[in-house]
Design a protein around this ligand. Structure first.
Ligand SMILES: Cc1cc2nc3c(=O)[nH]c(=O)nc-3n(C[C@H](O)[C@H](O)[C@H](O)COP(=O)(O)OP(=O)(O)OC[C@H]3O[C@@H](n4cnc5c(N)ncnc54)[C@H](O)[C@@H]3O)c2cc1C
Length: 327
């Protein structure tokens, strides 16, 4: 693809200025990742939709990014138009409207101030609403899918208003995470929240926040790297698994990684956190390749020890072919 030649027609659609070769490590919480072939930060929903439709019509590959808190971007970068979503309008009410570039934390704070409950779990999740939708983000037995009423999106060049069923949500998953997912820009949602006392809402959120501070490492990470394992037989086999987890048949990925003795294990600058074994952290000099090798090592050791194939929660993005060119 001739990225230089695309700059001019793209610029005609944009309010701001698109850029070539923006380093994506500046925009990811793992602080790794090579350049985007083209990069544009959109703050306007109609512009976001217009560019998404144009890209589809001209067969330009697009990658939408929010706060980059759930992605591992290749050192070779992303051979696509990377649209950084900063569309952040909200209208708060029992039926709340929000554009998907809004930060999950701001959405919680605004709705809590209005005495609306439902997003307490979101308080320590550092991404945007869009990223939360793609992975059905959640914590403390709640997730975003349960709150949704309607979605506004562009899929395969067509703008749609549709129901949450369209996303085929399940645990930390939606159709947009799957291979060959239709190219889709999530634009905005309507969600239903429950009225409650403001102090109660803040008290619950503060409780969740405290648990996070105690459990999670402060270094650069992408949160939980692997999904928890729902397997009752495995849960019954693990004598030290806390009883509430055995009852529901869930084995935290961090439990398995720690039990394999991998806390503190490092490859290059990427390391398994000593505080929480499901957090892979950047010691300051990690490359995306270090993280990928570390993740593969963990997958192999856990498989050999427990016969469990861990599934990644963090998405690999960009070009991972051996010897790929920088776009
Ligand atoms: C310290 C820490 C704690 C975390 N805790 C949790 C937690 O408790 N629970 C949890 O579920 N997650 C957690 N995460 C992971 C992450 O924050 C969430 O998955 C978050 O919702 C991702 O949002 P993002 O904007 O960063 O998405 P990104 O990482 O930018 O993108 C993730 C994926 O979503 C796609 N995407 C993003 N926006 C759009 C859009 N508008 N349209 C189409 N596709 C889009 C991207 O293309 C990409 O495939 C944590 C991460 C960190 C660093």
């Amino acid at each position: 693809m001739n990225w230089d030649a695309l700059l001019e027609p793209l610029s005609r659609l944009c309010i701001g200025v698109p850029r070539r070769a923006e380093p994506l490590r500046r925009h990811t919480t793992l602080r790794v990742g090579g350049p985007a072939a083209l990069f544009y930060k959109t703050r306007d929903l109609e512009e976001f939709a217009r560019i998404s439709i144009w890209a589809h019509q001209h067969a330009v590959p697009v990658f939408i990014m929010g706060h980059g808190s759930n992605i591992l971007v290749s050192d070779c970068g992303v051979p696509a138009l990377v649209l950084y979503n900063a569309c952040q309008r909200m209208a708060i009410g029992e039926e709340t409207y929000a554009e998907t570039g809004v930060s999950f934390r701001d959405l919680f704070l605004k709705t809590a101030q209005a005495g609306l409950s439902g997003l307490e779990f979101a308080v320590g999740i550092p991404g945007t609403l869009g990223g939360a939708l793609v992975s059905n983000a959640g914590a403390y037995r709640s997730n975003i899918a349960d709150l949704l009423v309607e979605l506004d999106l562009v899929s395969e060049g067509v703008r749609l208003r549709t129901t949450p069923n369209w996303m085929e949500f399940s645990y930390r998953d939606s159709r947009l995470r799957r291979p060959n997912a239709p190219p889709t820009s999530l634009l905005a949602v309507r969600m239903r929240l429950k009225p409650d006392r403001r102090l109660e809402i803040l008290r619950r959120a503060r409780g969740f926040q405290l648990q996070r501070i105690l459990k999670q490492p402060p270094e650069s990470s992408a949160g939980s790297f692997f999904k928890n394992v729902y397997d009752r037989t495995l849960a019954d086999r693990l004598p030290n698994l806390p009883a509430p987890m055995r009852e529901v048949g869930v084995v935290p990925a961090g439990y398995l990684i720690e039990a394999c003795g991998l806390k503190g294990y490092a490859i290059g600058g990427a390391c398994v956190s000593r505080k929480h074994a499901n957090f892979l952290i950047n010691r300051g000099w990690a490359t995306a390749h270090d993280f990928d090798r570390l993740a593969r090592h963990i997958e192999r050791v856990v498989y050999e020890t427990y016969g469990v194939q861990l599934e990644r929660e963090v998405l690999r993005v960009g070009d991972w072919e051996e010897g790929a060119d920088v776009p």
